[in-house]
Design a protein around this ligand. Structure first.
Ligand SMILES: [Zn+2]
Length: 79
């Protein structure tokens, strides 16, 4: 898609709503998360956002891989 990268995505992970500046939260996230969003600090840079998301994706991939190696059966439920 040609328009995919005209605007950066919302800073919140997994939200792809376009925003005007990197590091901003979209209005829907601001409404949804309200006071849980810390405002007034320096917004994340595009590189910081990429590093954060790369780390999260790496952890997900590691967990998925480790599930494949699990050899201990889950404990049986005691009744
Ligand atoms: Zn958002």
């Amino acid at each position: 898609m040609m328009h995919a990268n005209l605007f950066p995505d919302c800073v919140l992970p997994a939200c792809t709503t376009p925003v005007a500046e990197p590091g901003q939260a979209c209005p829907e996230c601001v409404t949804a998360f309200g006071p849980m969003l810390r405002t007034g600090g320096a917004p994340l840079t595009e590189e910081e956002i990429r590093e954060r998301d790369d780390m999260t994706n790496a952890i997900y991939q590691h967990r998925a891989m480790m599930r494949g190696y699990r050899t201990t059966p889950a404990p049986e439920q005691q009744t």
